[in-house]
Design a protein around this ligand. Structure first.
Ligand code: UDX
Length: 447
């Protein structure tokens, strides 16, 4: 972008996607304003703290605050607006567009009085067709301006993983630009051009394909996970079968690849479960029953129950027993509990009469399980404290600090040292035979 005037950017919504995007551009000398309507979050951000756990981002925030980056409560005069507000699930599996609509209304009001050409970029995950059906008409109605003429519009989906959002932004696999008009696509291209020394592959397409690519990608990742969990469930039943070895062997094939073949308790988080449900509901709404997608969900939803069955075989029932759950967040390096498998697991254990000791290096409260009997859930201050006096332990989230636990830690502190390794964190050779019961999800010929 050398020689060109740098655009002023606003990023609407300062969740992990919005804030990562905002700070990444600000780190390249672009003036960025983050728009956050939630007072508590805004106060935290403007004091240099993150409202969530995301490695590396807080340091960057502190560096850039007041220096290319600021946070405001309402939208500001700018050249480019990234929209990265949430699109939560509705009861029917579809997505709630209320935050998107509200951001578009405010943006429309802003554009009404703004001269020059403005580029609107939809980063929020919206179902194919939503930008055309909701975003464009809402902005046009409020601004009294025409898309493609007075303002430009792109769909630019994000593929950032929680816990490695900054790395994923800096080292992106691809940039997808769905453009209503060529000019806005070029604005985005220039913006990314200023960002990457060596550009990742860029695909320019229409709005609906860009929206689709996001859902198809997440559905494919979920497919890989449920596929390997299916293999794990079969391998578990065959003496000598070991899903990790099977996945390693499969991964050498370039057509398959090594990633997203870790078996275990299944996927959770703010994206994969929600996006899969929404994709299914979209397919239904256009008259196609996407059985493959519902089976992926079915496999995922079954994994917790299978792990609990595994433990039941080793300790009998859970009634009156003390059970340890190590790890609460849906994956390591985040404090996000949205659709975390730990919550389903704890709910089931409570239903079966267990007392549950939980420990997570970052999550210290806020399980919010419906009908949670608070008195039967104890937040421990360390993994050892959580293991003390316990009859069974589930390793739920593969935080690095849990890797350091040795068989002796379980044997010494638990009443009955029984461990179900829900993420294949431990080396079976080290654990088998050392404890009363050891099982790794997907490991054949256990105990
Ligand atoms: C995902 C997508 O990866 C990202 O591109 C998109 O923008 C948002 O959704 P995220 O939800 O942050 O990112 O985490 P991800 O690393 O994809 O993991 C999702 C879930 O799948 C986690 O619960 C994780 O534990 C699980 N998982 C992942 C597996 O069970 N096995 C694997 O091999 C990989």
């Amino acid at each position: 972008m050398t020689g060109l005037k740098r655009p002023r950017v606003q990023v609407i919504g300062c969740g992990y996607v919005g804030l990562t995007t905002a700070l990444a551009f600000a780190s390249r000398g672009i003036a960025v304003t983050g728009i956050e309507t939630d007072l508590k979050k805004r106060e935290l951000i403007s004091s240099g703290r993150l409202p969530f756990h995301e490695p590396g981002l807080e340091e960057l925030l502190r560096k850039l605050l007041g220096n290319n980056f600021e946070v405001r409560d309402s939208q500001v005069e700018s050249d480019v607006s990234f929209m990265s507000v949430g699109t939560p699930s509705k009861n029917d599996g579809g997505i709630e567009l209320a935050f998107v609509e509200s951001a578009c209304q405010t943006l429309g009001e802003l554009l009404k009085n703004l001269g020059g050409y403005h580029t609107v970029v939809v980063k929020s995950t919206v179902l194919p067709g939503s930008t055309e059906r909701v975003v464009i008409p809402t902005i046009e109605a409020r601004s009294q301006k025409r898309v493609g003429k007075d303002f430009g519009l792109c769909v630019n989906p994000e593929f950032l993983r929680e816990g490695s959002a900054l790395n994923d932004m800096m080292d992106a696999d691809r940039i997808i630009i769905g453009e209503y008009d060529r000019k806005s696509g070029q604005v985005l291209l220039d913006l990314y051009g200023s960002f990457y020394e060596k550009s990742p592959p860029i695909l320019r397409t229409n709005l609906v394909n860009a929206e689709f690519i996001k859902y198809a990608s997440n559905a494919f990742l979920a497919t890989k996970i449920s596929f390997i969990n299916t293999i794990a469930n079969i391998a578990q039943r065959l003496p000598g079968g070991d899903v990790n070895i099977i996945a390693e062997g499969m991964g050498f094939d370039k057509r398959i690849g090594k990633s997203f073949l870790s078996s275990g308790l299944g996927y959770g988080g703010s994206c994969l479960p929600k996006d899969l449900r929404a994709f299914l509901s979209l397919a239904r709404s256009v008259g196609y029953e996407a059985k493959l997608l519902s089976d992926i969900e079915y496999v995922n939803d079954s994994q917790v129950g299978l792990a609990i069955d595994e433990a039941r075989k080793m300790i009998g029932g859970f009634d009156g027993k003390t059970v340890t759950v190590l790890g609460l967040s849906f994956k390591p390096d985040t404090d996000d509990l949205r659709e975390a498998v730990s919550r389903r697991m704890i709910a089931t254990l409570l239903e079966e009469g267990a007392h549950v000791n939980v420990y997570d290096p970052v999550v210290r409260s806020g399980l919010q399980i419906p009908s949670l009997d608070q008195a039967r859930v104890v937040f421990a201050k360390s993994s050892i404290e959580a293991l003390s006096g316990s009859d069974c332990c589930f390793l739920v989230t593969e935080w690095t600090e849990f890797k350091n636990l040795e068989p002796e830690d379980f044997v010494k502190h638990m009443r009955t040292p029984v461990l179900v390794d829900g993420r294949r964190l431990y080396d079976p050779a080290k654990f088998l035979g050392k404890m009363k019961g050891f099982s790794a999800v997907g490991l054949g010929s256990i105990q």
